[in-house]
Write a protein that binds this ligand. Structure first.
Ligand code: GLU
Length: 362
């Protein structure tokens, strides 16, 4: 047998799904062990459920069922009563607001139940940070909600999914995880939704919190929190989805040298209600584009300045006169997070001053 074939056979022997009896997909915690916390895993797909094609770098995301993923970490059976629901099977580049609404409503419904102690969401890593932040803004419970993904498909040598999923169960079942907002467990770290972002397209250490660092770390089946989120206590931005069917249109325009007007005018013409500008440096804007954005703001489009720079705060009224132009400064929210908050903010108000408050206290 060729080396590669042999390797594939060995790896396939450890593929999730071999121990499907490990966790049953029951609607209720029927055969639960009393004293153990009850956790629901909502699966959406991603690399954590990915299967390699031809044993190489190519793979198909979202191929394996949630039962198969849980079957790869039988140890979690002793830590929690776990039920699971396959909400979607997508690569998270296909995440959309319909699925966000479905997830948010299901999470709120589950956490309102007395017999549910926490929720884990398995998710592709590409847009995991946006889903985490969206849920952070709309979930109304202090019980833990933990997003988890993987950088290597489940069938790869050294797949990181099982360890990350194990850690997610540790986080979701720890009393220390309560009231910390939506959390992300990746590669031995636990992050808050607001600051976490994907910083590598390929490395297993793919996530970081560039402004404030992780909340804590995982080791040997325990989570150690080193700090609390300073934001949680002063948070004013939280939103109810009741009565909402969709979110207002908000686009992101990426700043660069010699930036053209076209993306801004296209969004205004398409009647977008908000534009996040991923500016250079401290959210700075090429003077030509600045005029177009100022005109858009005068027409009632809410313009939020964020930055394409990975860390630091986009500060109000520094090189640009936000007050005169009617702009909002995103602070430490990156453009994709600023977009999510602006979409939700626009469900409440179109007033740039009020939206600035929501950004300042999110
Ligand atoms: N693009 C896929 C996704 O975000 C795979 C990436 C991953 O999960 O790491 O779902």
């Amino acid at each position: 047998m060729k080396y590669l074939d042999r390797l594939k056979k060995i790896v396939t022997g450890f593929l999730p799904g071999q121990d499907k009896s490990a966790v049953k997909n029951e609607a209720a915690f029927a055969s639960s062990v009393s004293g153990l916390p009850n956790v629901v895993v909502l699966a959406t797909g991603g690399t954590i459920a990915g299967r390699q094609i031809d044993g190489g770098a190519r793979y198909q995301a979202g191929e394996l069922s949630v039962e198969a993923l849980l079957g790869a970490v039988p140890a979690v059976r002793g830590m929690a009563n776990i039920t699971s629901e396959q909400v979607a099977s997508i690569g998270s580049q296909d995440m959309d607001e319909t699925l966000w609404f479905e997830l948010a409503r299901r999470v709120n419904e589950l956490l309102a139940r007395k017999d549910v102690d926490g929720v884990i969401i398995t998710h592709g890593t590409d847009t995991l940070e946006e889903t985490a932040w969206f849920l952070d803004l709309v979930v109304s419970s202090d019980k833990p909600v933990v997003l988890v993904g993987a950088m290597r498909p489940a069938s790869a040598v050294g797949a990181d999914g099982p360890a990350n999923l194990f850690d997610a169960v540790v986080v979701a079942t720890s009393p220390d995880s309560a009231a910390r907002g939506v959390l992300v467990a990746m590669n031995g770290n636990v992050f808050e939704a607001r600051d976490v972002t994907k910083v590598s397209t390929t490395a297993v250490q793919a996530f970081a919190a560039p402004n404030f660092g992780p909340l804590g770390q995982l080791h040997d089946g325990r989570v150690f929190y080193w700090r609390s989120s300073g934001r949680a206590a002063q948070r004013k931005a939280s939103f109810a989805l009741a009565g909402l069917e969709s979110l207002p249109l908000v686009g992101i325009v990426y700043g660069h040298a010699d930036a053209p007007l076209l993306p801004v005018t296209a969004l205004v013409d398409a009647q977008y209600r908000g534009i996040v500008y991923a500016g250079v440096g401290n959210g700075n804007i090429h003077s030509k584009v600045l005029d177009a954005l100022a005109a858009a703001a005068r027409q009632g489009v809410v313009v939020v300045r964020s930055s394409r720079v990975a860390a630091g705060s986009t500060m109000r009224d520094v090189e640009l006169d936000d007050t005169r132009h009617g702009f909002v400064a995103a602070g430490t929210l990156n453009p994709q997070k600023a977009r999510v908050l602006l979409q939700l903010a626009l469900t409440r108000t179109q007033n740039a001053g009020e939206i600035q408050q929501l950004f300042d206290y999110s």
